[in-house]
Design a protein around this ligand. Structure first.
Ligand SMILES: Nc1nc2c(ncn2[C@@H]2O[C@H](COP(=O)(O)OP(=O)(O)OP(=O)(O)O)[C@@H](O)[C@H]2O)c(=O)[nH]1
Ligand SMILES: [Mg+2]
Length: 215
């Protein structure tokens, strides 16, 4: 099992807004290092999507193997690191778990923070039991594109909460993802169904892309 250095941080309820204490500067991908054994390969992974769609729970399920039923909103952004093996190579994943709340729009798009920039992969999450969260997917693409998300980024659309009664069918979700040439997964952070598959898919594609860029 890979060593876990830290899980995604959750600010305490009385924590000051993330704007006043931003997370560390985005780690720079290894540049020419992906193909070299002496450098650590880093993948910056973003999670984005509507508030309460389950982004933080998906990351927590993957990193810690547990699920929390209580809703604790992400304040601006949560940041965490986890070393993993991808195709036999040791890779350090930098998780950038964005808040989906409209009031954090400015924090998400602060120039200095550059959350969308220098990213190697993204999870675009919606809640199959909340139609609005599906309808907002296009807005997330617009926001991320406007604020610097690379255009050819490996993206996995995550249809989360499949343990609940649905308002969005699997066919609709798949069709939307296919129309953007994104991967699509039906998952539940609650049961854990398909959660590792999503991450594995994005990590593999991100690493392959880094390796191609470094030859
Ligand atoms: N039934 C069910 N509930 C879930 C699932 N995933 C998340 N939840 C619940 O949905 C609520 C929101 O989860 P979060 O992970 O905090 O949502 P978020 O997208 O990070 O929200 P913001 O940080 O505000 O953007 C919490 O009460 C979770 O327990 C799931 O797969 N099934
Ligand atoms: Mg969150």
């Amino acid at each position: 099992m890979p060593e876990r250095r830290s899980s995604v941080r959750r600010p305490s309820a009385d924590a000051s807004p993330a704007a006043s204490r931003p997370p560390p500067a985005p780690p720079t991908p290894t540049g020419g290092g992906a193909a070299r054994a002496d450098k650590i390969t880093r993948i910056k992974l973003l999670t984005m999507g509507a508030a309460e769609s389950g982004k933080s729970c998906i990351v927590k399920r993957y990193c810690e193997g547990r699920f929390i039923t209580k809703y604790i909103q992400t304040v601006g952004v949560d940041y965490g690191v986890k070393p993993v093996d991808v195709d036999g190579k040791k890779v350090r994943i930098n998780f950038w778990d964005l808040s989906g709340r409209p009031e954090f729009f400015e924090i998400r798009n602060e120039r200095a923070a550059a959350f969308y920039k220098d990213t190697q992969g993204a999870l675009l999450v919606f809640d199959v039991s909340e139609r609005d969260s599906f309808d907002q997917l296009e807005d997330w693409l617009k926001e991320s594109a406007k604020f610097g998300m690379p255009r050819d980024l490996p993206v996995a659309v995550c249809a989360n909460k499949v343990d609940k009664p649905r308002k969005v069918s699997e066919a609709e979700g798949r069709q939307w993802a296919a129309s953007h040439k994104y991967d699509y997964f039906e998952l539940s952070a609650s049961t854990g169904a398909n959660v590792p598959d999503v991450f594995e898919c994005v990590f593999k594609k991100a690493l392959a892309k880094l390796n191609r860029a470094n030859v």
